[in-house]
Design a protein around this ligand. Structure first.
Ligand code: KIV
Length: 273
């Protein structure tokens, strides 16, 4: 705990998010995969921390989210929940741990809740995964949906381009969003779709709609923390706002440290016993 305000804040729950939508207060969400960053985000009063399967790219260097395992997601999620006192922590169920098998979806979400203390799980897809969504919800596990560009299906899409530009895909997305809401999801992420479509979904749904590359007329925004901080360099989509250029800052200061070591300047008299 760092300040009085942080101490006094009650926990963000799925119900709090619903109330935020109802009173028009935007929801802030960022990813975290480790204790240190999660603690900073929580102390900054972020509303939701997503332990995204983007850890597969950002933490492990894979080109897609597909390789990350449930055990690895449990490790990342547990690291985050150990740090968090206020934010709602949502964990992605990884590829291959819920699609086409609602029993497996249930087991995966129970492991994320029991072993990693997640507060909720996220799954990608609409009608195709609705049995899994319902079964997980029936066990009392809050579920966040994810539609639009769903990175676990990247080999089906074949591209990271904007989704649902065509009418048929846009209509399916609207139907899927309503289906997820009816099933009992507490929120939905919409990724990389036209802003007008996202606005329509947000206005027709009662539950919060969180956008990433989906324009400003939704109920909240999510980005990948490492992109926001400029720790990643290669990923430059139009929707990304970088607030820092930490890659260069870290590099410059690591180079200074190396120079100090090489020159025998570190440690000095005061930095030893
Ligand atoms: O894994 C992730 O980081 C995500 C966000 C991009 C929404 O799913």
């Amino acid at each position: 705990m760092e300040n009085n305000q942080y101490k006094q804040i009650k926990r963000v729950t799925t119900h709090v998010l619903l109330e935020m939508k109802q009173r028009g207060e935007k929801i802030s969400m960022l990813t975290a995969y480790d204790f240190t960053f999660a603690r900073i985000l929580d102390a900054s009063l972020i509303d939701v921390i997503l332990v995204g399967d983007s850890a597969s790219n950002v933490m492990a260097g894979h080109t897609t989210t597909l390789p990350i395992t449930l055990d690895q997601m449990i490790y990342h999620t547990a690291s985050v929940t150990r740090a968090v006192e206020r934010a709602l922590v949502v964990a992605d169920i990884p590829f291959g741990s819920y699609q086409g098998n609602s029993k497996e979806a249930l087991n995966s979400s129970i492991r994320l809740m029991k072993e990693a203390a997640a507060h909720a799980v996220k799954m990608e897809g609409g009608i195709e995964i609705i049995d899994s969504v319902k079964r997980v919800l029936s066990a009392g596990v809050p579920v966040m949906g994810h539609l639009g560009l769903t990175p676990q299906s990247i080999y089906k899409f074949g591209t990271f381009e904007v989704r649902a530009r065509e009418e048929a895909e846009a209509n399916k997305l609207i139907e899927d969003a309503k289906l997820l809401e009816e099933a009992g999801c507490f929120a939905i992420v919409l990724e990389k779709i036209p802003a007008k479509l996202a606005e329509r979904v947000a206005s027709e749904l009662k539950i919060p709609v969180i956008g990433i590359g989906a324009g400003g007329n939704v109920d909240g925004q999510v980005l990948v923390l490492h992109d926001v901080l400029g720790l990643t360099k290669e990923f430059n989509p139009r929707f990304l706002r970088r607030y820092m250029n930490l890659y260069d800052d870290v590099k410059i200061n690591v180079e200074r440290y190396i120079e100090d070591v090489k020159l025998g300047d570190f440690p000095n008299e005061k930095e030893q016993y």
